[in-house]
Design a protein around this ligand. Structure first.
Ligand code: PLP
Length: 429
């Protein structure tokens, strides 16, 4: 596969854009380096790079592109916004329609507010939880990603009773010490942290089904326990559903799990591919937000007509009967094919899958927490990633990311992907 033009553009990008990319995860640093493929256009489950190579895509732009590229219903909505005004700085009917759609799908949302990104949505839920409880500390789970604001770029201390330290240059120690990180799926460590800090904790920040060290479901009873202890201690529960909202069914992971968080943050899929975030929750908590209450949050672009119309259109596509069942069926087919090929070639893997999302770990361990995900062989994944790319299959360039199916993948795409996996595994050993 020829990548000459991609390489030329990346060389030029390096001179003008920091690291040549607008988000660090797009670089190939985590897969042994090299020039990232530069994409030109997409349609359905495929995209084409600037050299004309076609790829079956499982990155889905890190989750949002659940209806594939250039979906006609979403394209029509974006065109309407382009023609009738993309931004007014005033309320519009679209915001109201979309807020109602989200509330209908996710019952814990009494009130919502739109933002421009998942980061902004999560950041605001943290502020609102602090405003509502009058407390400052946050508990989060190791390996979960909640965006790039200061309070969540915090590394774990040496144990659950230890405060965090900055995980990025520029994050003040004073901010990091307000955050406690505990292992996911570990009731005991969570309880230890709550025993020590519970009365100071404003909120527990939870990815209810983890998407950021691969797809990891909570063990039975784990999140129920977290919710119960939080309530006992007067801390709020925040579900970060930026990846999970509308990924596994028409609604949020909280509904699949039978949980009712106090606050929920969303993003990615709900924008139909345009920039978006949203947060919402219990009425009396949301009423601490300006202009009703003292917690400030705002945005020039928030609730803009283009994102609203694209989001509405995306949810309309996802609401069609059978959409999620088909992604589940194809996901199962893909999982089976990858496992069979691994067995044939003697490659050790573990797959975590939930419906149309899966992660292939190069480990023989079960993966239930970040430490186990870390043990997945990164060097092996890097080689696998590049072999798949050479066969026209695009994955996320990180061993921690998920493969996302879309409504546009077909059985033929899955068979082609399994063939590529078979080739890659045959070369790995
Ligand atoms: N929360 C989760 C669970 C995410 O996966 C992400 C992004 O990957 C974010 C928050 C941040 O969202 P954004 O990149 O839109 O700011």
């Amino acid at each position: 596969m020829n990548h000459t033009k991609s390489e030329q553009i990346h060389e030029e990008a390096l001179q003008h854009i920091v690291g040549g990319v607008n988000s660090p995860s797009r670089s190939y640093k985590a897969v042994g380096g090299g020039s990232p493929v530069v994409m030109a256009r997409g349609k359905g489950a495929y995209f084409w790079d600037v050299d004309g190579n076609r790829y079956i895509d499982y990155l889905a732009a890190y989750g949002p592109i659940i209806t594939g590229f250039g979906h006609p219903h979403i394209a029509k909505a974006i065109t309407l916004a382009a023609e009738t005004g993309v931004l007014f700085g005033t309320p519009t009917e679209h915001e109201v329609k979309f807020a109602k759609m989200l509330k209908e799908a996710i019952p814990s949302l009494d009130k919502v507010r739109f933002t421009n990104s998942g980061t902004e949505a999560v950041m605001t839920t943290v502020r609102v939880a602090r405003a509502y409880t009058g407390r400052t500390k946050i508990i989060k789970f190791a390996g979960c990603y909640h965006g790039h604001f200061d309070q969540v770029l915090v590394a774990a201390g040496s144990g659950p009773a230890t405060l965090g330290s900055p995980d990025s240059a520029g994050v003040p120690v004073a901010v990091a010490t307000e955050v406690i990180t505990v292992p996911f799926n570990d009731k005991e460590q969570f309880q230890l942290a709550m025993d020590k800090w519970g009365d100071e904790v404003a909120a527990i920040l939870i990815e209810p089904i983890v998407g950021n060290f691969g797809i990891v479901e909570p063990n039975k009873g784990f999140l129920e326990y977290v919710h119960t202890v939080a309530k006992e201690k007067g801390a709020l529960t925040i579900h970060d559903e930026v990846i999970t909202a509308f990924r596994f069914h028409y609604g949020a992971a909280q509904d699949l799990l039978g949980l009712t968080p106090d606050l929920t943050a969303m993003g990615k899929i709900i924008g139909g591919g345009l920039p978006i975030g949203a947060y919402g929750g219990r009425k009396e908590i949301m009423e601490t937000v300006a202009p009703l209450g003292p917690a400030y949050q705002a945005g020039t672009m928030a609730g803009n007509p283009a994102s609203m119309l694209a989001g509405i259109a995306c949810l309309e596509v996802l609401k069609q009967p059978g959409v999620y069942e088909e992604m589940d069926r194809l996901g199962a087919m893909l999982e089976k094919g990858i496992l069979q090929s691994a067995e044939k070639h003697g490659v050790t893997i573990t797959i975590n899958r939930l419906k149309g999302a899966l992660t292939v770990y190069f480990t023989n361990e079960k993966v239930e927490n970040y430490e186990q995900a870390e043990n997945s062989d990164g060097e092996m994944f890097g080689r696998f990633f590049k072999l798949m790319l050479s066969k026209g299959v695009n994955l996320a360039p990180s061993k921690y990311e998920a493969w996302f199916l879309t409504t546009e993948h077909t059985e033929q795409d899955i068979l082609e992907t399994i063939e590529a996996v078979d080739y890659a595994f045959s070369q790995l050993k």
